[in-house]
Design a protein around this ligand. Structure first.
Ligand code: TRP
Ligand code: SF4
Length: 327
């Protein structure tokens, strides 16, 4: 069992897409052999900018299924829901006392949203506190490593400062967590904008063959390549940017074929379909296997939450004692 602890979570806002896989999950799968991993569904964080998530139970279920289908192994990693762990909330309350308001107000993810009077009335306290809760998520397991995307670096920087402040006022309970940045290839949506569910331009991990084919079919190609005989420029084509990631062994052949018009966009998309489908096929097979054990997700979460709470509770005991809550 690896000894260094690592924590990471994803906001629970629906089923996951290829961007999540390339940017986050692929890394998680690799890291579970090197660290003692705690992977969770950030259920509370999902509410920082909405009041209701109608299908939350399904989202949680799908998210855990997605974790398992890409190869997160519940025998290696601890998988759980943030919302099942009251210790995260307790530690977050405590750490909020160690966090000057200015640190949170200056945080780019908050600052960019609160510009005027109107946004002040709209943006929640939860949004302001987002980095504090995130700090608690990590610190409650005394994690040393946190795999995150570049956008999360300001949060992690704050985490280190908050924990340093705690440690220097009490005892060295918390290690300073370091980021593990994912070297994520820039995966754009099928319309060449950032891949996001809200733009409706994502390729979902649970895409069927048919739906995948249909989505690839709608992808934007070189707009100046109108007829089959026109030559194309792969460098301006979204399909080609996907080939760079998913068909690296055929990349020269495809680029040359496009430039000389020896392959058409339809064939080119067919190759891309094969490349991506061969990855999703593995996930589908795993999902089919999961479906054979009814209640598996529930069991995985129950086991994960039991393990997580032992570690979390032990950390909180230290904190309560250090601060003098226990008599
Ligand atoms: N803020 C992270 C994101 O949006 C999700 C998250 C919540 C997280 N708590 C965390 C990631 C703790 C790492 C560690 O991506
Ligand atoms: Fe894009 Fe392929 Fe068509 Fe060239 S042949 S424009 S790379 S889809």
């Amino acid at each position: 069992m690896p000894s260094k602890r690592l924590v990471s979570g994803m906001r629970c806002t629906g089923s996951l897409h290829l961007g999540h896989y390339e940017g986050t999950l692929k890394n998680w799968v690799r890291l579970q052999d090197e660290y003692e991993c705690y992977f969770f569904c950030a259920v509370w964080h999902a509410f920082t900018d909405r009041l209701k998530i109608e299908k939350l139970p399904e989202y949680i279920d799908e998210m855990v299924e997605d974790y398992l289908s890409v190869g997160i192994d519940p025998n290696k990693a601890v998988i759980f829901r943030q919302s099942a762990m009251p210790q995260h909330a307790e530690l977050s309350t405590i750490l909020s006392m160690f966090t000057p308001l200015g640190w949170l107000e200056r945080c780019p993810t908050f600052k960019d949203e609160v510009r005027d009077e109107e946004s002040h009335e709209r943006v929640s306290l939860g949004k302001l506190q987002y980095p504090v809760l995130m700090t608690a998520d990590v610190a409650v397991y005394k994690a040393e490593a946190v795999p995150v995307g570049r956008d999360q670096l300001p949060h992690l920087e704050l985490s280190r400062e908050i924990l340093r402040r705690f440690n220097s006022n009490y005892t060295e309970i918390f290690p300073e967590p370091k980021e593990i940045l994912s070297e994520c290839p820039l995966l754009l949506g099928i319309d060449n904008r950032k891949m996001s569910k809200s733009y409706n331009n994502s390729i979902e991990l649970r895409e069927t063959e048919e739906s995948l084919k249909a989505k690839i079919h709608t992808m934007i190609t070189d707009p100046s390549r109108v007829r089959r005989n026109d030559t194309g420029n792969p460098d301006v084509c979204t399909v080609f940017s996907y080939h760079k990631i998913y068909s690296p062994q055929r990349i020269d052949e495809i680029a040359a074929g496009c430039r000389s018009a020896s392959i058409g966009c339809r064939d080119c998309k067919g190759i891309l379909f094969q490349s991506i489908n061969s990855i999703l096929e593995v996930f589908r097979a795993k999902r089919a296997e999961i479906a054979k054990t009814p209640g598996l997700v529930k069991d995985v979460l129950a086991a994960g939450e039991k393990k997580a709470s032992i570690v979390a509770e032990s950390t909180l005991c230290e904190v309560r004692k250090a601060m003098g809550f226990t008599v």
